[in-house]
Design a protein around this ligand. Sequence first.
Ligand SMILES: *Cc1c(COP(=O)(O)O)cnc(C)c1O
Length: 491
Amino acid sequence: MHEVYESTRNRDRKITSKQAIFEGISPDGGLYVWPELAQVQLDLTTICKQSYQENAVYILHHLLPDFTKEELEQCVANAYGNTFSSPDITPLRKVGDVYVLELFHGPTSAFKDVALTLLPQLMSVALRSAHQKALILTATSGDTGKAALAGFQDVKDTGIVVFYPDHKVSQVQYRQMVTQRGKNVKVYGVKGNFDDAQSKVKELFLDPDLREVAAKYHVRLTSANSINIGRLVPQIVYYFEAYKQLVNQGVIQLGDKISYSVPTGNFGDVLAGYYGYLMGLPVEKFYVASNANHVLTDFLTTGIYDRNREFIQTISPSMDILISSNLERLLYYVSNCDADFVKGCMDELAQTGKYQIPADLLKKIQSLFDCGYIDDVQTKAVIGKTYQETNEILDPHSAIGYEIGKAAKERPMVTLATASPYKFAQDVLDAIGVKEADPMQAMKKLEDYAHEKTPKGLAELNDLPILHKDVISIDDMKQDVANYIEELFHD
Ligand SMILES: *Cc1c(COP(=O)(O)O)cnc(C)c1O
């Protein structure tokens, strides 16, 4: 009766949430979804009375029905006990006439910490139930890698391999990853961009040779990317938290609708908001905010998804994405769980890099989703102007969400701040008119302008030894993973 999850591309096979978490992606290439999600309705009155941790247990318990309440309480306590620097976990602050939801107070100063502190805990419980081990394979455009490494470091019965695009992540992101300690972690630079690396990782999960090597040691190959349902679910919590804080501050009445602006790449973050909406969060609009790689702006405007375009490297590298994987789940829900339709779109995307959805479906999406994008020049201007007008320092990703939210007509508007400005200190300083060539020096200098000091994990980066130096080609990824399985899991 707990087999409620199935693939976006095939309605025949039903599995539990624990299975979905340690499998990561469906063997048919689809993503795991719960078709009856909208029948789960959460009680806002309860949510407004509870702490972040209590709400996390409450929400997870509805979405992961085969976990016991005790298991979830333990997972949540491990994830959000004392790892975040803010007692609110995701504090909400008024800046100008919008509300900024700060998601970057976790151990690696990225919003991905919110999910990647919890996913390893869920994974570990799920693995124990199935007497399995897991090797996490993750392609990262910058932030996921470090947050995943930190989350899985020395977690029992797991190992993790992270691939980042060589020279295409920031200096700080690079140092964060290659200095990672842990007995079960491996980090590679790859010659290619994020999409190349992510496509290869998706292939590796389905690769028969690799699966055979893994099976020998009872090891499952799985992902910590935002396609994993265990990544998505923790992110729903802070959408409700923002709502709770607005109710409790008297800004809105219980039941009033609010809007969210979300700096978007892989579409995981904003999709979590949509899941919240399906489960009863009162939402007027979601704004999907993009940078110069504005595939999603084009899609939400025209109904045509087209990745055949130049990949542009920007100062918001975690949003430099041409294939937004989690969009597949939105297509699934708005098409009333039409797996054939979703499969058709995804096959076309794989073959031609492009697909188009019918006009009525686009209209349905547009009734809830709006969009916009700004390029690097505009992003820097936003950071500078926001500092002048409000004394607030935004990182480039957060600045994009902020600008798109500010320009929208809906209020109240919650804009999600996804990284600490200290992670992108040079670009941020440049935007407020201060030049600094050295990335570590830039963090120090930024302390004169920001209202918080450099987060501890970033301040110590310069002193840590580089432990991972390998840069490999896309074609080498398979063999290196096979070798690491042998190395890590042979008794
Ligand atoms: C990952 C990331 C995003 C994009 O989130 P998605 O879930 O991929 O849409 C935005 N900003 C930062 C800083 C990120 O790390």
